[in-house]
Design a protein around this ligand. Sequence first.
Ligand code: MG
Length: 255
Amino acid sequence: MGKIGISIFSVLISALAWSQDKVAESYKEPIKPEATEIWSPKPPAVTPGKDGAPPSDAIVLFDGSNFDKWVSARDSSAVKWTLNNDGSMTVKLGRGIGDIQTKRNFGDVQLHIEWKSPEKIVGEGQNRGNSGVFLQKLYELQVLDNNNNDTYVNGQVGAVYKQSIPLAKASVPTGEWNTYDIIYHAPVFGQYGDVVKKATMTVLHNGVLIQDHFELIGPMSFIGWPKYKPHGKLPILLQNHNCEVSYRNIWVREL
Ligand code: MG
């Protein structure tokens, strides 16, 4: 390399060093705390409810006074379940009673619901205090009286029925009120009916985490493997499994 070559080379090296310094400078850690503070947009203010009462922005689906937000799932006729005078409702036994569902359709939600197995123990396995909370009519979170009552673990209380075994069994004694707090994200479908994003469920049972952002395989399937079919927003459904399960204090926040 000649003299000219050497000087061009050294100019290039100094230029490179200078630009690297500039880059390093731009990546310097901010010195002031204010540099990493974000002030907008502000999240909406929500007034929390006390002891499971609905927060200020919730849609109350059932407060014990009527079935105004519900219909029979089979034919959209009036609900035939029993409205009790303690602020709860109970599944009614008999032919033609069936499941109930909300009049309104939902997608992503935070759902609070309280349920109680019958005090008088009847049946065993899947026939004892069985009901279910179906998100979008298709995806079942199991309700079951599992106290001293064994069954298959992917169908026990708190299971995403036949898909996800709960992380714990957090039931209260039979005949006492349980709470489910559910964070549900609806599946997202592409224009060809393909699954872009699976549905997910996170569940707290009496404050205990039992489903941790579980990705659903598909809708509830009693026989065979679940398989998604594209759909839009759909009602929340409560199952009549011929057991006198009660519900109360049901509210939802759309996400
Ligand atoms: Mg069930």
